[in-house]
Design a protein around this ligand. Structure first.
Ligand code: AMP
Length: 551
């Protein structure tokens, strides 16, 4: 456990959980936020996903938790996915707090399980505004003992039209309860909520100094978390590199990734805060000497690392802030050489990318993810080059005689024998690999219009006879993050509701949900049928957008 975490003043059970999760040092927002919240002050934080903000509020609030069964901490999130994610984070940080219970509550699911859990007693509730309000109306959720309240991704809640619900909930929390609001941006409506409900809050934002990183070519690839390893392998296959430094967030990830890379034939090692100084130095020396080519490191372990042959820095996990990005990529482009930095971002982390670009004043260009064909071409080129080298430098007389005898005894064609040898040789690392197709996820806020429908706010479409059909907008709880494309939505609606695709209007895809315009006056029976429909293995949970609040 690093001194940094110890010095924050968190209790032993929390430190143990953090240690077990492999966190080596608190992120900048955690360093700033934890002491303030431990002190019982209100907080207004400008922070986006990926900065470690969940632990920044969850750890201190858990630290102040008393053993009681009515909810003490309430976290409001814009979406069910975030509610689940935050609830899971609470659960993992509270692993060593006895009797701890957290409940995510969100709409689109049967309410009775939530009612049962609330009755049994939970200390932390994480939920979307609509469903929380629903519970308040049913008196199934008691906020009178709430001592800590968090609004997470407040600007997102505003954007999704939940701000009235949020205020209705805030007005029902005890006056003395501690409050924290996190938002990536601070539009006026959020500032107003903050000034009404947060009083004398301490403001936190992660400021970054700008630095120049001119000698370094910077690229990013938008990938889903589970695709990162695959993309990393492809990049390493096709890039011509000397030494590579890969940054990840946790100790366990350093080991895990180094092992996977070793298994794929890259000479790799991990360094993290667990390593003794001597072992760390020995590993770095192996990189310097070319005994290994790839080093997978946490920020802590890479402190002060200075190796000229690092041609590539790969940010497998995005750094917490701009400064640490600049710091990380500065490990390449040393000693007057050029360097390349590649950053993996998940679709949700897009904002951090833009903020890095803004602070360095340099564009980070999209990386073309190597395709199956690129990898194949590269492997074949390496293989044939190796063959030429062997033919030029090795003594092959015995082998040639053996092959000639074999060919004449069996009346075989030389090309067939060579092909069989090549086949045997490439079994471990196929020359014609069959890699999964990687489709870059679309970034948030991309939208796609369908067919010949009239776009824009008028929300109508014309049928073939020129009749104008008014449309209303529905919301579906599936989005880009679920791998949904407009065609999937059209398909699901057309099949389930028997609505011809020509009557399906504009579709907009967002990260975690989407909207679709459909003809006004949908019969109840059709609506109920659609409500149960699935798209891309997820229930679409259709609802009328205007009536839809947090559920
Ligand atoms: P968040 O910004 O809260 O969505 O967190 C992003 C990711 O960073 C999550 O996967 C966390 O588990 C991870 N994380 C948060 N704090 C730390 C830390 N101090 N060290 C390593 N990973 C962390």
């Amino acid at each position: 456990m690093s001194d940094d975490f110890l010095s924050l003043g968190l209790s032993a059970p929390l430190l143990k959980a953090v240690e077990q999760l492999g966190y080596e040092q608190p992120s900048p927002i955690q360093v700033q936020t934890i002491p303030i919240l431990l002190n019982g002050k209100n907080l207004l934080g400008t922070a986006q996903t990926g900065t470690g903000k969940t632990a920044a509020f969850a750890l201190p609030l858990l630290n102040n938790l008393k053993q009681q069964h009515s909810p003490q901490i309430l976290v409001l999130t814009p979406t069910r996915e975030l509610a689940i994610q935050v609830a899971e984070a609470f659960q993992s940080y509270a692993k060593y707090i006895r009797g701890f219970q957290v409940l995510p509550v969100y709409g689109g699911t049967n309410i009775s399980a939530q009612l049962r859990s609330l009755k049994r007693g939970v200390q932390v509730v994480v939920g979307t505004p609509g469903r929380i309000l629903d519970h308040l109306r049913r008196h199934s959720l008691d906020l009178s003992h709430v001592t800590g309240l968090v609004l997470d991704e407040a600007d997102e809640m505003l954007r999704m039209g939940f701000i009235d619900d949020v205020e209705a909930i805030l007005s029902q929390t005890p006056d003395h309860c501690q409050r924290a609001l996190f938002s990536a941006t601070m539009p006026p409506a959020i500032k107003r909520v903050a000034s009404t409900y947060l009083g004398e809050a301490v403001h936190i934002s992660i400021k970054s100094k700008t630095k120049t990183v001119e000698r370094i070519q910077q690229h990013y690839a938008t990938v889903k978390a589970h695709q990162k390893m695959d993309v990393l392998t492809r990049v390493l296959e096709v890039e011509s590199f000397d030494g590579v430094l890969i940054f990840v967030r946790t100790r366990s990830a350093t080991v895990n990734i180094a092992e996977q890379l070793e298994a794929r034939g890259f000479l790799s090692a991990a360094i993290n805060g667990d390593l003794s100084q001597a072992l760390r130095e020995r590993t770095i020396n192996r990189l310097k000497a070319g005994q290994i080519d790839v080093l997978v490191a946490t920020d802590v372990a890479a402190r002060g690392l200075d190796v000229d042959r690092i041609s590539h820095v790969i940010n497998f996990d995005i750094p917490y802030d701009n400064e640490s990005y600049v710091h990380r990529i500065g490990r390449t482009g040393r000693a007057g050489r050029d360097g390349k930095a590649i950053l993996f971002i998940t679709p949700k982390e897009n904002r951090l990318l833009r903020s890095i670009e803004k602070s360095t004043g340099q564009a980070i260009l999209p990386l073309t993810i190597p395709t199956n064909k690129d990898v194949k071409d590269q492997r074949i080129q390496q293989f044939t080059q190796q063959l030429l080298k062997t033919m030029n430098t090795s003594r092959l007389d015995q082998f040639r005689d053996m092959i000639l005898t074999f060919a004449s005894q069996n009346e075989l064609d030389m090309a067939d024998i060579a092909a069989a040898l090549a086949y045997e040789h490439q079994k471990e690392r196929p020359l014609f690999p069959k890699l999964d197709n990687i489709v870059a996820p679309r970034l948030p806020n991309s939208s796609k219009k369908m067919g010949n429908k009239k776009p824009g706010p008028s929300r109508t479409l014309c049928d073939e006879d020129g009749h104008v059909i008014p449309l209303v907008t529905y919301r579906l709880e599936v989005g880009i993050d679920d791998g949904v494309a407009p065609a999937n939505i059209v398909g699901a609606i057309a099949n389930e509701a028997d609505i011809s695709s020509k009557y399906i209007g504009q579709i907009k895809l967002y990260e975690r949900y989407s909207t679709v315009d459909l003809p006004e006056g949908m019969p109840d029976s059709v609506f109920h049928h659609l409500k149960k429909a699935w798209v891309c293995s997820k229930p679409m949970n259709i609802s009328l957008l205007n009536r839809h609040k947090g559920s």
